[in-house]
Design a protein around this ligand. Structure first.
Ligand code: ADP
Ligand code: MG
Length: 726
């Protein structure tokens, strides 16, 4: 095989041999994921033993792996519950004790006093001084090994030497070509591939073991580079596939109507956009004029003003005659967007409609009928927008708020909603399939190439994604960042207060309300039981009503009917309710600028990202905002660390970085199944610099050496590219 495919996804070849022992070994290999030659060659050592040199007994230290040619000076069997073989040896520099807890009689002969032998093992500091327990014994005065000896990860009953032999056999059967031409290797300063891989298995005498173990050795660099390169190539291919797709060009009409609608919306805003908002508006504006779908992620810390950016994008699509869908993960947030967008667009004579899961069939019907007409309109809603039966006649743009809260499947379902025939843009769509899985992405991409118009997509998130993650897993997304808050915001002051000081808190709340402020009181998360959480919220509400006479205290939780929720939120927004007791239903996106104090009970129970999101509900107006984190004393170390992080910083990026460290990238991105499994050798944290290089190399290969790019992908990612397309 000239170009071994390095993939673990190949099925186990059934062994036909009836010999039981062979079969067992194949099964053991299978347990290690070793099926084909490539698997064996990529089964890399855990560590090495150095048999390339001899040590003087006088120089050895505990923990060291030693090899020495010695002469046996004494041998005896120590009696006891378990008989032990004790052997004393010496060289010209010193002596050492060897010990066996079980042994064959042949060993006694091999280690008779006066014999010269070679011993190998790890030095231990035993009761009687330094010793080797169960050292390997071979003939003395043999030539030394020329390479370090690999020690592989193995499994029960599979011996190191059998494994090593099988790996060696795979190497000798395989003519491992280099996928990268000499010029590329030189340019990126890369070792030759076969050589690099072989070196990792059999590092030459004197090789830097430390560099090998920490995987910083040049041989390792080549392997990791290849892996990252394959990932970048695959992402680039996904991006190109998107460019082959068609989307409506949302361009200024000859009468300038697009720009005029956008301009009108701007004129109605009660504030000036920040420079950062202007920049991202510009980026999105340019994307929407391309004939292929935009996939842009808009990142900005909580309160940075993403909604208005979305509204301006919507205006551009609406003016070009298209429908726009805005989807939010919770009903409260969706409703708030609905209210805000309706208020912004009403003066511009743009229809804004609402669709949620709690609407009756009868309530939905007129909405669905409107969607089926190919007229510009803005629809805001929850996951209800991607349910079966919802069909858009002319969807030009979809906006996903708090995108990290949606699964890959949901995001995909929404984008499929937008498929429309290229000709005669007014017809209704063919029905969509429900619950698409991530793997379907490739088929969606290929089946829709040049055959349908896809909507543009704008996702928004307050969770900043560290650059290395974004580059390696989300490289098919363009990212815009709002990196400044509107002027006049004062950083939120976060106070950590032990739960016992509840009276003080009550007095503080009363004082805030007396001064015209409003307050969120967030009830503790009770993960085990939703009904318990509800009970706590109800109790807290009673308690506050009782202790805050003359103050209107509202209650909102997940079990309320949508209309009840909406009524409470409306009252809070209108300052008819001054204190809002809430469960985490208010976690994302809610925006009531007059609310400037937030109390979070049992803050130690919340995750870091969740606390940051919750806290982001205050500090949206000009007044000084305060967030009080009430905690139960006797914090766990983890809980303490989270609260401290919240106290120390308001910076969403720092918090996300910390969260990433706590939870790991797969969890962080919601890519558990696809993200992590894809990188076997490279490490996003330590090999960040290499990602840039791999990206540059991918670019070069795709433009100048497309065949090389193809061969490289085939070797590394056979059958796995689809997983990268999220
Ligand atoms: P997020 O990015 O968290 O979604 P929002 O879009 O809800 O933030 O905006 C937070 C608040 O800031 C809202 O009340 C919004 O109207 C206001 N806002 C947005 N942009 C500006 C700006 N440039 N100047 C002043 N206030 C702004
Ligand atoms: Mg928001």
């Amino acid at each position: 095989m000239a170009n071994a495919s390095i993939s673990r996804s190949q099925p186990v070849k059934a062994k036909r041999s009836p010999a039981k022992r062979t079969l067992t070994q194949a099964e053991r290999f299978a347990r290690l994921g070793l099926h084909n030659d490539a698997d064996f060659m990529l089964h890399v050592p855990l560590r090495y033993e150095d048999e390339t040199q001899l040590h003087d007994l006088s120089q050895i230290r505990p923990g060291q792996f030693v090899q020495a040619d010695v002469e046996v000076t004494d041998q005896h069997i120590a009696p006891g519950v378990r008989r032990q073989l004790i052997v004393q040896v010496q060289d010209h520099t010193g002596s050492l004790r060897l010990r066996w807890l079980h042994f064959y009689p042949s060993l006694l002969k091999q280690l008779a006093p006066g014999q010269r032998v070679r011993i190998r093992g790890e030095v231990r500091d035993g009761f009687h001084g330094l010793e080797l327990v169960h050292p390997k014994v071979t003939q003395a005065d043999q030539p030394l090994a020329q390479a370090l000896t690999p020690i592989y990860p193995t499994t029960d009953g599979l011996r190191q030497d059998s494994l090593a032999k099988a790996i060696q056999a795979a190497f000798s059967r395989t003519q491992l070509t280099d996928t990268l031409p000499e010029a590329i290797r030189q340019h990126f300063n890369l070792a030759e591939f076969a050589q690099a891989l072989y070196t990792v298995h059999h590092p030459p005498k004197g090789a830097d073991q430390q560099a090998l173990l920490s995987r910083t050795h040049p041989a390792w660099a080549r392997i990791k580079f290849d892996e990252l390169l394959a990932q970048q190539l695959s992402l680039a291919a996904a991006r190109e596939a998107r460019r082959q797709q068609r989307a409506p060009v949302l361009q200024a009409q000859s009468d300038g109507s697009v720009s005029s609608l956008v301009a009108q919306l701007r004129a109605h805003l009660p504030f000036q956009l920040t420079a950062a908002q202007e920049r991202v508006v510009h980026e999105i504006h340019a994307d929407l004029q391309q004939p292929y779908p935009m996939h842009r992620l808009l990142q900005g810390d909580v309160g940075s003003g993403k909604t208005v950016v979305a509204a301006l994008a919507a205006a551009q699509a609406l003016a070009a005659g298209y429908q726009v869908a805005v989807m939010a993960p919770t009903e409260i947030l969706a409703e708030q967007h609905y209210l805000k967008l309706a208020a912004w667009f009403a003066p511009l004579a743009i229809e804004v409609v609402w669709l949620s899961g709690s609407m009756t069939v009868k309530q939905r019907r007129p909405v669905l009928e409107r969607l089926a007409q190919a007229e510009p309109l803005l629809i805001v809603g929850t996951q209800a927008l991607i349910q079966e039966g919802v069909e858009f006649a002319r969807l030009g743009l979809i906006i996903l708020d708090e995108q990290h809260r949606f699964g890959v499947g949901q995001r995909l379902a929404l984008s499929k909603k937008g498929e429309q025939p290229t000709k005669g843009g007014g017809e209704a769509f063919r029905p969509i399939q429900s619950s698409a899985e991530p793997q379907d992405l490739a088929s969606v991409a290929s089946s829709t190439v040049n055959s349908a118009l896809l909507p543009h997509q704008l996702s928004m998130s307050a969770t900043p994604i560290p650059r290395t993650l974004a580059m390696s897993f989300l490289a098919d997304l363009d990212v815009s960042v709002i990196d400044e808050l509107p002027v006049g915001r004062k950083p939120i002051v976060t106070k950590l207060i032990a739960d016992v000081r509840r009276d003080e808190i009550l007095a503080y709340v009363a004082q805030q309300v007396a001064q015209g402020g409003q307050v969120y009181w967030v009830c503790p998360l009770v993960e085990e039981s939703e009904s318990l959480q509800l009970q706590t919220a109800v109790d807290t509400h009673h308690y506050l009503v009782e202790h805050l006479p003359g103050v209107q205290v509202g209650l909102v939780h997940g079990k309320l009917k949508a209309a009840e929720k909406a009524a409470v939120m409306d009252a809070f927004r209108a300052n008819q309710v001054q204190v809002l007791v809430a469960t985490t239903v208010i976690e994302v996106g809610v925006d009531v600028p007059n609310a400037n104090l937030m109390i979070i009970e049992h803050a130690e129970r919340f995750g870091l990202a969740q606390l940051h999101q919750l806290r982001g509900r205050v500090g949206r107006g000009a007044a000084q905002a305060v967030c009080v984190l009430l905690y139960q004393p006797q914090l766990s170390a983890d809980g303490r660390a989270r609260l401290r992080a919240m106290h120390e910083t308001n910076d969403g990026f720092k918090i996300a970085q910390y969260d990433l460290e706590l939870r790991g990238p797969g969890e962080f991105l919601g890519l558990r199944q696809s993200g992590q499994a894809l990188l076997r050798f490279a490490d996003l944290q330590t090999d960040a610099h290499m990602i840039e290089q791999a990206k540059a190399c991918a670019q070069l290969l795709r433009t100048q050496y497309p065949k090389v790019a193809q061969a490289h992908l085939e070797r590394w990612l056979q059958g796995r590219e689809d997983l990268l397309r999220t």
